[in-house]
Write a protein that binds this ligand. Structure first.
Ligand SMILES: *Cc1c(COP(=O)(O)O)cnc(C)c1O
Length: 407
């Protein structure tokens, strides 16, 4: 019996597992198989893994708030008072006072009549888009929109028209050609995180107003970052009151978790009744709402974080465009996300791994997230970085790209 205990269990792959293994092998062969990297502890821009530590240039913690002790303290207080869970959906018995307080706080921050919380940005897009447009309607979507917008559009069963990236002229033509639809809506990201560019929302508002089309903007990477006050892309482009629906996330610059849709009272009332990902899901913990209220206070009271973020990003951008101009995208001008185009999947993995060996973690982005042959490093700046860390990354990345032969 002892012998059989120490022998490895015999593997019997089920027909499901056999099928899936074949699929995974094919991904592996193309250099596209993904795996998780475990983080043991995080403090500011430093990630600890086992006995090693790395500077984090991969995360969306643009303002350095994800490990802010004041935000954590707000959560801890609320945990003490309310416990961990929300026991039901908002519409049953899960609607806590702190959810409503956070919604008022978001509406006031964004300058809208109202706001509605969702448990994630993915859930917000998956719920709100199908609530607003249906079969028989038409939705216009930028070619490089985030997966959650693409999925929300598909789920809506509206006609989906994909227009070339940031191409307002093409969009205008499509809008003019479509006459038979009752409802039309344009759906875009404000900041495209794989190219680091922005959608011109002033031009968007103009075409939408000309054609009587609704507008839906995903402000995930702009919330807390863009605009003088950090309220997002609406402020940045000066289009207050001209975009119908604005989705923003709380898990990026704000350092907590969840998402919101900000807009009119009527929009919020409607989504509360019709967005399935709002209705049929457990409310997020009240402690997260309490933490987010504190995060929004800090975003407003500490504008130096945005200044620091911009200065760091500018420092990195000018070093890389000097040393590695052929790897930089000319259109990239977001104040915080810098793509470095490397080429093949294998090469980008090699460069990412070598950077990690030297103490830096950056995003490694491959197809299908980006087109084949344009695999890239996605480098996120943060107010939590020091100048030495920024200079170190630029120096090591330049050395690696120039001197490491393709494996
Ligand atoms: C991150 C992101 C989302 C998803 O938000 P989560 O809260 O992480 O689910 C949606 N849209 C865009 C553009 C994003 O970058």
């Amino acid at each position: 019996m002892n012998a059989s205990r120490s022998a490895p269990p015999e593997q019997h792959l089920s027909s499901l597992d056999l099928e899936l293994e074949a699929h995974l092998d094919a991904l592996e062969a193309q250099g596209l198989r993904r795996s998780l990297r475990r983080v043991d502890r995080r403090s500011g821009a430093i990630i600890h893994i086992g006995a090693s530590s790395y500077v984090d240039f991969a995360s969306n913690d643009y303002l350095g708030l994800a490990s802010d002790h004041r935000i954590a303290a707000a959560a801890v207080d609320a945990l003490g008072a309310n416990g961990t869970g929300s026991p039901a959906s908002r519409l049953i018995s899960g609607n806590h006072a702190s959810h409503e307080e956070l919604e008022r706080c978001i509406a006031s921050f964004k300058g809208t009549e109202a706001a509605l919380l969702f448990t994630s940005g993915y859930a917000a897009n998956l719920g709100a888009i199908p609530a607003l447009v249906k079969k028989g309607d038409v939705v216009y979507t930028d070619k490089l929109n985030h997966a959650s917008l693409i999925d929300g559009c598909r789920l809506s069963r509206a006609e989906v028209r994909i227009f070339p990236h940031r191409d307002i002229a093409a969009l205008r033509q499509m809008l003019a050609a479509d006459t038979g639809f009752r409802r039309k809506m344009i759906v875009v990201d404000s900041v495209f995180s794989m190219d680091g560019d922005l959608f011109p929302l002033d031009e968007l508002a103009e075409v939408a107003e000309e054609s009587g089309t609704w507008t839906y903007v995903d402000d995930a990477h702009a919330t807390g970052v863009l605009g003088e006050r950090g309220t997002g892309s609406i402020e940045h482009f000066g289009v207050d009151g001209r975009i119908d629906v604005v989705m923003g996330t709380l898990g990026k610059a704000l350092g907590t978790s969840g998402a919101f849709i900000a807009g009119s009272k009527t929009l919020v009332e409607f989504l509360l009744n019709r967005a399935r990902s709002f209705i049929f899901t457990t409310a997020s913990p009240p402690a997260i709402a309490a933490a987010t209220i504190e995060a929004i206070r800090i975003v407003q009271d500490e504008p130096w974080r945005r200044d620091k973020l911009r200065a760091n990003a500018e420092r990195l951008r000018s070093a890389l465009s000097e040393f590695l101009p052929e790897h930089c995208l000319e259109s990239s001008f977001s104040p915080h996300i810098l793509p470095v185009v490397v080429g093949s999947s294998a090469r980008v993995v090699q460069v990412g791994t070598e950077l990690q060996n030297r103490g830096f973690i950056v995003g490694v982005v491959r197809p299908p997230t980006v087109p084949p042959g344009t695999s890239r490093l996605r480098i996120s700046s943060s107010a939590a970085h020091t100048e030495e860390q920024v200079d170190g990354l630029a120096r090591h990345l330049t050395q690696i790209l120039r001197d490491t032969p393709v494996a």
